[in-house]
Design a protein around this ligand. Sequence first.
Ligand code: BGC
Length: 541
Amino acid sequence: MQPRWYRNAVVYVVDPAMFRDSDGDGWGDLRGITDRLDHIRGLGATCLWILPFYASPYRDGGYDITDHLAVDPRFGDVADFALLLDKADELGLRVLVDLVGQHTSIEHRWFEEARRDRNSPYRDYYVWADEPHETDVSPNFPTVEDSVWTWDDEAQQFYRHVFYSHEPDLELGNPRVREELERVMAFWMRMGVAGFRVDAVPYMVERARAADPRHDGHWLLHEMRDFVARRGSEAVLLGEVDVSVEKYADYFAGGKGLTMLLDFWLNNHLFLSFARADATPLADAIAKQPAPPEWGQYANWLRNHDELDLEQLSDDERAEVFEVFAPDESMRAYGRGIRRRLGPMLGTQRRIALAHAVLHSLPGTPIILYGDELGMGDDLDRPQRLSVRTPMQWSDEPNAGFSAAPADQLITRVIDDGPFAYDRVNAYHQTLRRDSLQATLSNMVRTRTGLREIGLGRCRVLDVQCRPVLALRYDHEDTTLVMLANLADERVDFSLPDDDLGDLVDILADSDYDAVESGSGRIEVEGYGYRWLRPRERLFA
Ligand code: BGC
């Protein structure tokens, strides 16, 4: 049987521009990441996902690509990437990179050729119209772009763009475009990446569907999965799929489509549960989603590098979450999301640790955003989603130890005031303290990677008749795990419905608790506390 490494991985996401500047130009870079891989491995993560570092005018954080096969000189070069992979290998870290195949930058050579000449083979790489017309898509950034069509003087036609007007949509229905993407995947796989985080998947499928309705356009994913699997049986396609839960199965396609799905459904319900201090919405959401196929897995996260997009909630539910976590309009984005980091939203170290404990208990592979291990803050003066992309806070040295450049030459200012300032929140201080968030999280991550039941087993929500508590039970072969989290700030006690567990002992908990005697009934969990338990006889199962 294949090891299916991704089912029990812990992923750490790095923004290459913000992590560590090795050459003093004010931008983070690949060598900077390589220098700090020990921090990531030290946290216990087993996989690194690096946000785009490709050639780009950088008007959309590098998702606006001008050459998918080149490293942007600000980040280094391909040799730097090879060295990063070498060191990652040495440390036992796998590396995922973004595959942005839904659009390019308007400055991409393909688009320049396309707009210049109607007869160029590149013309059909993009989506054109003589007049704007209704399509299945609407602007993804509705407060920024009011149409998906923009007139191009040179081309004398409108081009379509779901995202920014400087990101024209690729025509995935065109086999030549798909070949280009295969070249891109082959190149980075040859370099040694373990797979791709595939950007904007539903929009890719939409173009495929328009060209060929087979499998409702999901044939595109079957093709991509085949291509990747032929080059590396362990390689993954981790898809950004912000769609309703009923559609998840189509994207997994029974093991023929995406390997992993970024689970927006659970992410949204997790925040609804936090907002209400009531685990019911999250528990119901877990129960409602389909089990992934044998060769698949969900991926979960608390915050990512974008806004906390709450589109999978109803309008009323979203309003509730806004009310609690983004009371001020300036904390919101695009009418659908929150542009804050975890630290400022949750407030205390205890509650942030609880949130991480929930994340690491969910069925799926946890993803941690750089800086969330410290409880870093955000910079609401930055536009749109950039508020959550600020330099990593390494120490209390100038520029937070991120860069040796003069402060006014940094890609963006470091957070230097308020409760999240870098002299208060930084990796150096947290490495020295055994009770820091970073220390708590790294203990959690290490424990989590040993719990094979989560990645491989069956998950069941336990009805403990206590609304603030999320209670999950995992069974795999002859091992069992019970994971409890109290989303409210007051201590609770309750009993478990299952009577086949025997004595339970804590393998990880927020505080010291007594073991749970078989049949004794009550279990306590402190306010914002968590307990991960195994039956005593199967502790080392
Ligand atoms: C990325 C965003 C980006 C968008 C367009 C998203 O899924 O996460 O940061 O702006 O795709 O590429």
